[in-house]
Design a protein around this ligand. Sequence first.
Ligand code: HEM
Length: 411
Amino acid sequence: MLVRWHDVYGPVYRIPAPQGNARHWVIHEPEFVQQIMVRRAARYAKGMGLDRVRLLLGEGIMVSEGDFWARQRRLLQPAFKPRRLADFNAMIAAENADLAQRWAEAARIDAPVDVAAHISELTLVIVLKSIFGEDYPRLVDGAANPFSLLSEEATRDLRFAARFHRLGRVVESIIEARTESSPERFDFLGHMLTARGRDGTGMSRRELVDEVMTLIVAGHETTASALAWAWYEIATHPEVCARAQAEVDALAEHEIADVVDHASDRLCFIEAVIHETLRLYPPGWLLSRRAIQADTLGDYEIAADDQIFISPYVLHRDAAYWSMPDRFRPTRFLQAGVPSQRFAYIPFAAGPRHCVGEHLAMTEMRQHLVTMLRRFTPVYAGDHPPKLESRINLRPGDGVPIRWRARKEFF
Ligand code: HEM
């Protein structure tokens, strides 16, 4: 619908507000996007639509505002530095190797797998192990992973919120036990327990729980959706698959760890595949802001309290900035000057509220694609493209069925 409206009304228009006086703007002019998200970000807060998220994440960094948000971001950010995240690489590689075993078995008996479901489990375990480290087994405790409701339940309704809050209590019990033993371990929780603000104080128990829950939700579904879409596109574009496999085949096994945790020339095509996937299917497909002060965007007067909607999905498919915008063509990202407008491509948003987990997400996606493309060729087993399900994330609504063909070279 937003794409149709964009064609009819152009890059800036207003939509009727359901209630109250606040006006609702839809903005897809890259220059204005830059102004709202970066240059004058201080005049904007997170907008409507976040209320449902707030229900789940309390005062976590995704939804908090002002000085409180700035403090929490300062406390969390150091844990996301590439040098610190490198400690997770071996764990991410091991989780992918386990999944490759399952896919090898599926390939052997020629059974299709729903990669969306499998990858959702994979990214959930990765985010939980990044947060809880050695405490992860306590979470699972021999039984089913209590957090698997996040990958199994698609609906984010009140019933889900109640179950999600019960998970908060599980998290709280782990925090309590950790506080009594040694908080100083290298995982996100260890970092959060020891991080101190300028005034020397750390996070309260409530804040810790909200931030942990935020990282689980923000770090799990987004990466999972992106990878599921990537497999659909790779499977239906054999020439892309062949080129990506040639690139990963050129790496020796022992070189993989050195190239997956940064944008390397040796993986430039895989990098382009990831960017092209995030362009066509940005998991955070709709961002919202509320003006907290008046602002002027070109000829448009924004009043305090006006609501603003920016859709990366619409920007990423705008023919003004992308040639053949609906086609999956990773090579576009190998050309100089693409995107032609920096703010026409914002899968991780931009400015002070940009995604804190971008580096981790990119590492996870590279590691996953490299591991699997070395071993398998995907064949799409569906009889129609996956349905675009645009809830909080843009995910493949009815899964992504893939048959894996084991590559002889690696088995
Ligand atoms: C492909 C994967 C991912 C995508 C596309 C993505 C996208 C985004 C976007 C668009 C935002 C900004 C939302 C807004 O402005 O309203 C955001 C924020 C955020 N993301 Fe990600 N994300 C991904 C993975 C991750 C991971 C792996 C983590 C952490 C484990 C993470 C943690 C966060 C957090 C905490 C925020 C809030 C930052 C703040 O407001 O200060 N994300 N992400």
